[in-house]
Design a protein around this ligand. Structure first.
Ligand code: SAH
Length: 272
């Protein structure tokens, strides 16, 4: 029967942090309402919340008021808390029999070094659970009224990182350059010219649509519509420091453009 109140089923308790246990939590792309109920419960029940830069203040405000908040944010090639230090921090708090929520932007299992933190817990023989979150790609395509896959266009979608620990990440450029391919590129701004060059070198059509969604799901979200050929110009219009997802092979649906797009003067001509 329909009800206006939300009842969280009792099995949600399976992922509540218990003393000495770590819960990895995906915080979603930013909009608090995109948090899962499990994520909310984990935040409310944690003694310590260890969070990344991408987890916003309004999400953290939902944590237990007595919880200790620890920011271990990293930013692209910029200053970061060493991963070893983060691992040690998580282990130390769990060993102290605290309920630890390790919360990361988007989905905690995507470009979030989850394995390394789990390895550290395994080595210390400490238990953990994982609460998935909505990843930036899901939020970004929703903003432009598109789907990540479409029958007859793309039967698969790639989630790529622009760079890894060694620098710009290499990809299967030949496969990506085929018509109809769709890729969501995370951390793709610094690598954008490199990606553009590789794609064109492997035969991608320079007119392939590219859409950059900045601050997806947040009040300051912006959608920048461009093409593979014009990607470098589009980069100049981005807000410094804002998280941005590059959707390769997707343009907004028309209705979505009028509702959401902030077009730079440079680019609006292309759309005319
Ligand atoms: N675990 C995260 C990804 C972390 S990697 C997830 O699942 O979404 C960090 C990159 O994610 C950023 O450089 C950016 O490319 C992307 N990103 C994360 N949140 C975003 C947001 N709200 N809007 C746009 N891009 C975002």
């Amino acid at each position: 029967m329909a009800s206006s109140t939300i009842t969280i089923p009792a099995n949600g308790a399976a992922t509540l942090p218990t003393p000495g246990q770590v819960v990895f939590v995906g915080a979603g792309p930013g909009d608090v309402e995109l948090l899962t109920l499990k994520a909310l419960r984990a935040l409310q029940n944690a003694d310590v919340v260890i969070h990344d830069r991408l987890v916003g203040a309004d999400v953290l405000a939902l944590a237990n008021p007595s919880a200790q908040l620890i920011n271990v944010g990293k930013q692209g090639f910029g200053p970061s808390t060493d991963q070893e230090h983060i691992n040690a921090l998580i282990v130390r708090h769990a060993r102290a029999s605290l309920r630890v929520a390790r919360i990361k932007g988007g989905d905690c299992a995507l470009f979030a070094r989850l394995d390394e933190e789990i390895d550290a817990l395994d080595a210390a023989d400490l238990p953990y659970t994982i609460i998935p979150g909505i990843t930036a790609a899901s939020s970004a395509v929703a903003s432009i009224g598109q789907a990540l896959t479409k029958r007859g266009r793309n039967a698969s979608v790639r989630l790529l990182t622009g760079h890894d620990t060694k620098g710009f990440a290499d990809q299967d450029w030949q496969a990506l350059a085929r018509p109809g391919e769709v890729a969501a590129i995370y951390m793709g701004l610094k690598a954008a010219r490199f990606i553009q060059g590789r794609m064109i070198m492997h035969g991608a059509n320079p007119d392939t649509p590219v859409t950059i969604v900045e601050n997806a799901s947040r009040p300051d979200e912006r959608v920048i519509v461009t093409s593979l050929a014009n990607l470098p110009d589009a980069l100049q219009t981005l807000t410094s420091g804002a998280p941005a997802l590059t959707l390769f092979g997707l343009a907004p649906r028309d209705t979505a453009i009028s509702r959401h797009t902030t077009q730079s003067p440079l680019l609006s001509q292309e759309l005319a």
